[in-house]
Write a protein that binds this ligand. Sequence first.
Ligand code: BES
Ligand code: MN
Ligand code: ZN
Length: 495
Amino acid sequence: MINIKINKKVKGNGGFLILPIFREEITKFPADYPEIVKAFFEKRVKSKDFVGKKGEIVETYLDDKNFPPRVALVGFGKKENFNSKIARRVAGNIGKYLKQNKVTEVSVYMPQIIAQYAEQFVEGIRMSQFGIDKYKTCGTKKCPVYELEKLEIILGKEPKDFEKDLKKGDLISDSVHFVRDLVNGPSNIVNTEYLATEARKIAKEQDYKIAVFGDKELMEMGWGGLLAVNAGSPKEAKCVVLEYDGAKDKKEKPVVLVGKGIMFDSGGYNIKPRNHIETMHQDMAGAAVVLGIFKLLKKFGIKRNVVGVIPIAENMINEKAYRPSDIITMYSGQTVEVTNTDAEGRMILADGVTYATELNPDCIITVATLTGAVKVALADRYAGVVGNDLKLRNELYVAGRQVDDLVWPLPMHRDFRKKLDSKIADMTNGDVGTASWAGSQKGAAFIERFVKKNKWCHLDIGGTAFCEDIPQEFETKGATASMLRLLVKFLENRK
Ligand code: BES
Ligand code: MN
Ligand code: ZN
């Protein structure tokens, strides 16, 4: 959480002042902005190095005791195009600029049109400032940790729910940082036990019910998929089950979120090649997002029952590891011929989903870095969505659009499903040779064989969870917390 204040007037005791400018205002300096900035504004406009374009930032110094010494004009684009998404993105530009300049206290003149998107504004600033340098030691000195400390908002009339929205943006940002730290964290530190401990902390903080199954319980129950995948790891497998009762009717059917928690995916005996293996500490991003959501459910007062199921394993190689050609009996009783040990996510999710089906769910949503194929199909701006219920799929799609955390539906042909048929078991975990053709859908088709009659959708974040290319305005390199905002919105919409 950061310190957020709302004031009518800006003061001059240090700091940094931001003045948003829309394209339409480029010919006329906004009447309620400080007169002292006008000359600077006009010069910049005349020389055309400020035109009010989205994300444009120009800075000057003020020498007046009534104002902060540093002032920046920030372009917000055309008023007619302005929306929540642009608010978040331009705030992201601001956040990055402030971070580059190590500005810890900022004041923002906030016109009404921006104030209605207070939540998104705070998200943009804070999410863009996430630090990936946690593990630097800086020799003998203490590393400077940058974080914006104070955000002052200069505003005439507060729109409805203004303070509540600011707080929501702040809370979402906290949770996004939490998820990104988990996903960026290396597997030797953020391991199975670490993740389970984080889950326990959340349960304690928020007073949720929690169960953590270890090897012993999982063996007794027969979670063959999860245990097979984890067999090559020196650590125990685990499954975390978190329960939140937000519905008035305690008996209301829960939304069950199942998140893939592979702490490291070496590929197993189908070992991953160089350039693919190095980032596989991200393979618990689905699990991290489910935890991130549980951080928020109570604070947001979500009026639904929600259960989080998080199977956790490490896909490693040793003499105990599962092999290609092994036949595994899953928790559901179905048998799987392992054709590829690198298709491990679906193995652990299948057991998690079987457990979910026992909870009489309203719907099941799986979220997982399931395939590289989804990245080939949709790159890093859309997560793939597949499911057996169009209404549910549409709800997810709409929620994603609302919060700029996007999904795109992938088509499921019956022949993709058939491709998983095995001659010697109930199914294979991947068709040999062509598993990456419509690979995301085939991963989903595997999971589908375990969902029974339940409504289900699957979010493949294999392309979006971890940014290796160009981050968006509100992202940094590495973990993104893809699907956190979408799922929170989806649950909120169901109030
Ligand atoms: N964790 C990977 C998928 C992945 C790849 C996520 C790149 C993020 C970035 C998953 O377990 C995997 O290895 N999938 C295979 C499936 C194949 C063997 C059927 C893949 O995508 O190649
Ligand atoms: Mn894999
Ligand atoms: Zn994986």
